[in-house]
Write a protein that binds this ligand. Structure first.
Ligand SMILES: C[S@@+](CC[C@H](N)C(=O)[O-])C[C@H]1O[C@@H](n2cnc3c(N)ncnc32)[C@H](O)[C@@H]1O
Length: 207
């Protein structure tokens, strides 16, 4: 059987392999994910309407890919939205949608080229996950979010999740840098393509 784009991205061992996987997949990514029944963008948009007040700006979409997450947010009137992603190919797909105020190539897990306290809300779907952005990505997201800003992210919770991710989330809460506001129930995020993968969406508020 031919390897899926999801499987290739979860096999990547280096940033270069990850970037190449998404550059190659970029124009086919949404077609594949929609066929897999990709649920995260709809669930996250619903969560956003509950925890991001209207007129909150600016918003960062961290690991925006081709922009599938910003679409429902823009439809709901959110913006301006800035997107960052590792893959230029994915950013190119996002650019064609004219949804974002700004789109920049940046690497989560490294220092981000934004000042402290810039964003009033941050979302991140499908990105801070094994073989993608590492657990320490959260530290920089907290730095560039304003005090009180919600950070809404998806996180795997199936048995193949790496424990370092929930451990990092808990350690930052213990250090008083953010506090938990809400988590969804666990749900099958790609039921027709990767039926063993589950996620929750979490909302944390920056201290
Ligand atoms: C599963 S896609 C999710 C994209 C989009 N948020 C969505 O929900 O469709 C994962 C994205 O993370 C990006 N990515 C992987 N590692 C990254 C890193 N360290 N920093 C920034 N982006 C990264 C990939 O290029 C890809 O666009």
């Amino acid at each position: 059987m031919e390897e899926t784009g999801v499987a290739r991205s979860y096999r990547a061992e280096t940033l270069q392999e990850q970037q190449a996987a998404y550059d190659d997949w970029a124009t086919q990514y949404e077609i594949d994910l929609c066929a897999m029944g990709y649920r995260i963008p709809a669930v996250m948009a619903a969560v956003a309407t509950r925890f991001i007040p209207a007129n909150t700006a600016p918003i960062l979409d961290a690991g925006c890919g081709g922009g599938i997450q910003a679409e429902p947010l823009a439809m709901l009137g959110y913006g301006p939205i800035t997107g960052i992603d590792l893959s230029e190919g994915m950013l190119e797909v996002a650019r064609a949608k004219s949804l974002y105020q700004e789109l920049r190539q940046m690497t989560l897990g490294e220092k981000l080229d934004f000042p402290d306290d810039k964003f009033a809300a941050i979302i991140s779907s499908g990105t801070i996950t094994p073989h993608h952005a590492p657990p320490k990505s959260f530290e920089e997201l907290i730095r560039i979010a304003r005090p009180g800003a919600p950070i809404i992210f998806s996180m795997r919770d199936d048995p193949a999740q790496e424990p370092e991710y929930p451990e990092a989330v808990a350690a930052l809460a213990e250090a008083g840098l953010w506090s938990k506001v809400f988590s969804t129930e666990s749900f099958y995020s790609m039921p027709y393509g990767e039926p063993e993968i589950t996620h929750r969406i979490h909302v944390y508020e920056v201290t």
